[in-house]
Design a protein around this ligand. Structure first.
Ligand SMILES: NC(=O)c1ccc[n+]([C@@H]2O[C@H](COP(=O)([O-])OP(=O)(O)OC[C@H]3O[C@@H](n4cnc5c(N)ncnc54)[C@H](O)[C@@H]3O)[C@@H](O)[C@H]2O)c1
Ligand SMILES: [Zn+2]
Ligand SMILES: [Zn+2]
Length: 385
């Protein structure tokens, strides 16, 4: 391959629209592959780049010698087809279909080899310069290197990614379904199954049933929860959650409180999973009040990087022996979980097509994000021609 031109959605700074730009791609270097993206999901995490919630504060960036955040190519939920492989690539070949993995999986660090691939040490590279392998850029705009979100940049027709960021999937699976599993489904289902450790008979509360939360509902259902209370201010999302396995739905955690008390004969929920669009400190208190004795509160949603306060009752935390747990990428192993969840989709136990409220072209990306902000979508997906 020679240097090629392609199109990508670029964010030039905070609070701006995504701009569809022509960019240039270098050939893949050692360990890298050229991917043609087929579908990309509109996860809320890319929105945190627009609002600044997930942008490293300038002083910290300079202190650690990290590269400029902007401009960047967005998108980390994706399904693509490998078109070319660079030197030394051993796990993929042209024609393979892949799911993007927003945390790379090297397969040999301490976390990977102990079954916690979601915490792979290569994850640190996600905020570093250039490509994972050698820190240099393969994507360029106006003659300058440009960053790619999560070392993926799936809001593009083509891209160069490292083989550790790609999970091979069956080529006959619908690309949009694979794209959803590449982040939101694995994160949501894993929050319930791996992190909340939902067991048959449990009462589970899921707070925020968008693209991630709806899969916490599905995960809790597959794990055998007796009661699944979906909390979301948007009425259509409550109804949708009831169709996908929630047994009850409310508009707020306050409204869920008497219901959970009644459902559990006063014991409280076995687990509460927090998947709102943005995590704020004042959500943790009511979530822990819903959590029963010996219960677990799982924080999946991303908070602004500068958020350091949460108002919780520390007496109850110890005396009721409650637990607060963070979760990254479903606390699992993407190379196992992504194909495994897709096998549950094939067998009909995991619903994916239903989650796609609307598809968009790359040029309609801003419209897609506006629909997400307006609460219209469970998940929007960009589908490439
Ligand atoms: N931990 C991880 O590894 C990981 C991975 C992917 C996404 N995320 C994060 O998960 C969160 C959810 O992502 P998403 O793509 O599903 O977002 P989304 O915008 O599709 O869904 C969020 C839902 O939360 C609802 N909501 C907002 N405030 C609420 C509140 N106070 N109470 C109840 N419901 C509320 C909204 O109506 C919406 O339905 C985001 O913060 C995202 O960045 C985390
Ligand atoms: Zn995501
Ligand atoms: Zn690793």
């Amino acid at each position: 391959m020679r240097r090629m031109k392609t199109r990508a959605a670029v964010l030039w700074g905070l609070h701006q629209d995504w701009k569809i730009e022509e960019i240039e791609l270098d050939p893949p270097k050692s360990g890298e592959v050229l991917v043609r993206w087929l579908a990309a999901g509109l996860c809320h995490s890319d929105e945190h780049l627009v609002t600044g919630d997930m942008v490293i504060p300038e002083e910290t960036r300079v202190m650690f010698g990290l590269p400029d955040v902007f401009p960047l190519i967005g998108g980390h939920e994706g399904c693509g087809v490998v078109e070319e492989i660079g030197p030394g690539v051993t796990t993929l070949q042209p024609g393979d279909h892949v799911a993007a993995s927003f945390i790379p999986a090297c397969g040999r660090c301490a976390f990977c080899v102990t079954g916690r691939t979601n915490l792979c040490d290569l994850g640190a590279a996600v905020f570093g310069p250039g490509q994972i392998g050698d820190g240099t850029d393969r994507h360029h705009i106006g003659g300058k290197g440009i960053a790619i979100v999560a070392k993926l940049g799936t809001f593009a027709e083509h891209g160069i990614i490292h083989e550790s960021s790609a999970v091979k999937v069956d080529a006959d699976l619908p690309p949009a379904a694979v794209a959803l599993v590449s982040c939101g489904v694995t994160t949501g289902a894993g929050s319930a199954i791996n992190r909340a450790e939902v067991k048959p008979g449990h009462t589970v509360v899921v707070v925020g049933v968008g693209g991630v939360g709806i899969n916490a509902v599905q995960g809790a259902r597959m794990a055998g929860a007796r009661n699944i209370v979906a909390v979301d201010p948007v009425e259509f999302k409550q109804k949708f959650a009831l169709d996908l396995g929630a047994t009850h739905a409310t508009a707020s955690m306050e409204e869920a409180q008497p219901l959970v008390t009644e459902l559990t004969m006063g014991r409280g929920a076995d687990s509460v999973i927090l998947t709102p669009g943005v995590m704020y400190g004042d959500l943790l208190g009511p979530a822990l009040t819903l959590t029963g004795k010996g219960g677990t509160c799982v924080v999946t949603a991303v908070a602004p990087m500068t958020q350091t306060n949460a108002d919780i009752n520390l007496f109850e935390l110890a005396m009721w022996q409650k637990e607060v747990r963070g979760v990254l990428f479903g606390a699992g192993n993407p190379r196992f979980d992504i194909p495994n969840l897709l096998s549950l989709y094939r067998s009909g136990q995991l619903k994916l097509d239903e989650l796609i409220t609307r598809t968009y072209s790359l040029d309609q990306l801003n419209e897609g994000y506006q629909d997400m902000r307006d609460g219209k979508n469970i998940r929007g997906v960009v589908v490439f021609d």
